[in-house]
Design a binder for this molecule. Structure first.
Ligand SMILES: N[C@@H](CCC(=O)N[C@@H](CS)C(=O)NCC(=O)O)C(=O)O
Length: 209
């Protein structure tokens, strides 16, 4: 198995952390998004969407989309469990994992991509050719603020997003929050529960990547 990765990008980091939490040693190949390597024919042959990460299996087939990569790896390596060990927990993890990608990661991405000249004709991740819309910078910022409010409400009631233990939903939320911090949209000071959770999950050896 090989993971097509990009060290500076938040979504590949979700996959790397998951792999590290599983104590697996999977070959990684760096593909530079900043240099547009993910849009070159060589990578488009591997993943026609041009997105990262992508997991290539021994027979050459490819799984894109982080939650699918999570699911595949967890099926092969069930321990430590990160996707739930009963139907309710699995559904709760999936709910917070999807929420963190769609309302957190994508909101930060909306702010970042639409304010960055480099992504002028790359408003969507990967191979789409869609143009940016400057007005979405303001909307992205408002969406991120709302995302932080939702995290804060949840983390006031539970130590981790899906409940009592660290799971895949924390991985995606952490990567979204760190992406926000990097682009200048840090967790507000009054979100104490989120800040405590952030420092706890950041201290895990698996997240230091
Ligand atoms: N929903 C996708 C998101 C993947 C994604 O947005 N990846 C970004 C890197 S963080 C990307 O491929 N960007 C390529 C580009 O900007 O051209 C997943 O779960 O894998």
């Amino acid at each position: 198995m090989k993971l097509f990765d990009c060290g500076m990008a938040p979504n590949p980091r979700r996959a790397r952390i998951f792999i590290k939490e599983k104590n697996l040693d999977i070959e990684m190949q760096e593909v530079s998004i900043l240099d547009g390597e993910n849009l070159e024919p060589e990578y488009i042959k591997i993943n026609p969407w041009g997105t990262l990460p992508a997991l290539q299996l021994e027979d050459g087939t490819v799984i894109a989309e982080v939650p699918s990569i999570f699911r595949y790896i967890e099926a092969l390596h069930p321990e430590p469990n990160l996707l739930g060990d009963n139907p309710f927990e699995a559904a709760t993890i999936e709910s917070w994992e999807r929420f963190s990608e769609m309302q957190g990661m994508q909101a930060v991405g909306e702010y970042f991509r639409n304010s960055n000249e480099l992504f002028k004709n790359r408003a969507m991740p990967g191979y789409s050719g869609v143009s940016t819309i400057p007005e979405l910078v303001t909307r992205g910022k408002a969406r991120v603020a709302w995302f932080y409010q939702q995290l804060e409400s949840r983390l006031a009631t539970a130590p981790y997003l899906a409940g009592e233990r660290y799971t895949a939903s924390d991985i995606t939320a952490l990567c979204a929050v760190d992406f926000g911090i990097r682009v200048g949209l840090a967790v507000p000071d009054d979100c104490m529960h989120t800040k405590n959770w952030h420092s706890r999950v950041s201290d895990r050896p698996g997240t230091q990547i």
